[in-house]
Ligand binder design. Structure first.
Ligand code: NOJ
Length: 551
């Protein structure tokens, strides 16, 4: 793709903020919009062009904002609409756009729409959600919600069950109803009118339900089947999404990125690119290598070649049409340092290794807050210390599967979403500089050595490595618009690929292992332009060493 055909969002870096954990200014232990405004200069120093905010709308916070009770307001915990407008404006001054999270598969059960819908079977919003009669006094199907337990909850008022893919407080909206779609599209346009730069669209593969609701083959000791198996990416979903695109996105200088668990690389052509419904898609194939169907207590060992294949498949599928978001972390994933490397890996070197792949692949890199500092997982002693609804559900599921409490907790340590949600580590001071009050979630104990203030001063820090990579990327057309070809695909220690524009090629070489690696002879003539180690040797990669070379 020629550089002049590219859109702004293909040539930038996106930073994801989990507002609850980013920066508190009001002194209540919870992050807020003013905190983000205060940190815009820090964010600009990373060379980013957009900030994706996870939901900041009014919410009972059963799922930390992914249960929305009003789609066009700001939750008072985070601030006011005036704060939001100021954030958009101040970000614009620094060349940064604000991207909102749209959660349209479900709302909160406290949303006025659901309150009305459940009141009776014949009110005007009666079929805004998915209601079914009981079957022999039981839920209509054996589907298990993603957060555990039946995906159906009984409403005394309506004497019917409603469907919820996630928690019972997150009822699924009925997209078959045109009035529902219209209301959702209106709220997206509300934010567009405020000047946002795009949307991340949550759980979008679940909006279309199958025509017949039938039982599935049980996949656990509870006799249930994950609702994902039964409803993700159902035929007909693209019709809804084409309408969404037509109504809200066409002709606007924004980007859309859908969260698309259940879409495989070979289907990407329908989802992104010229005839696609979004600009980019977060697909999950590289995230789900490490456990069986997202069941945390059934981890599997994976090889580097599998990770490379998963990423390269999306690259190949979008080589001439379409575009990928590049990401390893978000608010639902464990920290990359812990997840993608051996347990004894040096965390600073590992963080730099992952950063190098993230910032040099073909696509738009998404940095998740704290990733640029090399923040790591936590391992709390009791399940009661975990806030995340999914961590608790996975723990219960593991116990039912016969695991000991200790083993169940270990799986939570490895996969808990709270790993990514501990407060941002700004300083070595009180509460890591996140808040003057006790934070809503404990700070990771390593904040004394892993924090922005310290890393800003250290030339060899993870933070400064991200800054260098970002600047290097901006200065090299190969990394912005070049083609991608994977090198050494069978190598289980090294991740290598080249990026080419015209006659100019850059090669990224990263050692994912904790051992020294000898490279094939053809690498000996390459000139190392940027390297994570001092005095790099042409054919020897030290443990976790990363470099970008001129071919
Ligand atoms: C995906 C979001 O990223 C996650 O945090 C949330 O729990 C579910 N969708 C439900 O909205």
């Amino acid at each position: 793709m020629a550089a002049d055909n590219q859109k702004w969002w293909q040539r930038t870096v996106v930073y994801q903020i989990y507002p609850k954990s980013f920066q508190d200014t009001s002194g209540n232990g919870v992050g807020d919009l003013r905190g983000i405004i205060n940190r815009l200069d820090y964010l600009a120093s990373l060379g980013i062009g957009a900030i994706w905010l996870t939901p900041i709308y009014p919410s009972p916070m059963v799922d930390n904002g992914y249960d929305i009770s009003d789609y066009t307001s700001i939750d008072p915990t985070y601030g006011t609409m005036a704060d939001f407008d100021e954030l958009v404006e101040e970000a614009h001054v620094r060349g940064i756009r604000i991207v909102m999270d749209l959660v349209y598969n479900h709302s909160s059960d406290r949303h006025q729409w659901f309150v009305e819908s459940k009141a009776s079977r014949d009110n005007p919003k009666a079929d805004w959600y998915i209601w079914r009669d009981a079957l022999d006094g039981k839920p209509p199907t054996n589907w298990r919600s993603i957060f555990g337990g039946s995906a159906w909850t009984w409403s005394e008022e309506r004497q019917q069950y409603y469907l919820h893919t996630f928690a019972k407080e997150q009822p699924d909206l009925n997209w078959e109803n045109p009035n529902v779609r219209r209301a959702l599209f209106d709220s997206a346009r509300f934010w567009l009118d405020k000047g946002v730069g795009g949307f991340r669209i949550d759980a979008i593969t679940y909006i279309k339900k199958p025509t017949a609701f039938v039982n599935g083959e049980p996949d656990g000791a509870d006799g249930m089947v994950n609702v994902h198996t039964m409803t993700a990416n159902t035929k007909g979903i693209l019709d809804f999404l084409r309408e969404f695109k037509r109504e809200c996105f066409v002709g606007r200088d924004i980007f859309t990125v859908g969260e698309a668990n259940g879409v495989a690389a070979d289907e990407l052509v329908n989802w992104v690119g010229d005839n696609g419904v979004f600009d980019m898609l977060f697909e999950f194939s590289h995230l789900t290598l490490s456990n069986d169907g997202e069941v945390w207590c059934r981890p599997r060992r994976w090889k580097l070649s599998e990770l490379k294949t998963a990423l390269s498949n999306s690259q190949k599928a979008t080589a001439t049409n379409g575009w990928c978001p590049i990401f390893f972390e978000n608010h639902d994933q464990p920290r990359g340092v812990n997840h993608y490397f051996e347990k004894d890996a040096d965390p600073i070197k590992a963080a730099k290794a992952l950063a190098t792949v993230l910032m040099t692949m073909r696509g738009t890199p998404f940095i998740y807050e704290g990733q640029e500092l090399g923040m790591t997982n936590v391992a709390w002693r009791s399940i009661d210390q975990y806030d995340d609804i999914q961590s608790r559900a996975q723990y219960e599921f593991a116990l039912k599967e016969g695991l000991t409490a200790e083993a169940a907790l270990e799986s939570v340590h490895d996969f808990s979403r709270d790993n990514a949600r501990t407060p941002m580590q700004w300083t070595a001071g009180l509460n890591a500089g996140f808040s003057s009050a006790r934070p809503w979630m404990p700070v990771n104990e390593n904040y004394l050595t892993v924090n922005a203030e310290l890393e800003d001063r250290e030339s060899g820090s993870v933070l400064n490595w991200y800054r260098e990579l970002s600047e290097f990327r901006r200065a090299h057309e190969e990394l912005l618009s070049g083609t991608y070809v994977e090198l050494l695909p069978k190598n289980e220690k090294v991740f290598a690929f080249e990026r080419t524009v015209g006659k100019k090629t850059l090669v990224t070489v990263v050692n994912f292992s904790t051992e020294e690696v000898t490279l094939p002879k053809k690498f000996s003539t390459m000139n190392i332009l940027l390297g994570s180690e001092l005095n790099p040797q042409p054919l020897t990669l030290r443990p976790l060493e990363a470099r970008i070379c001129r071919a």
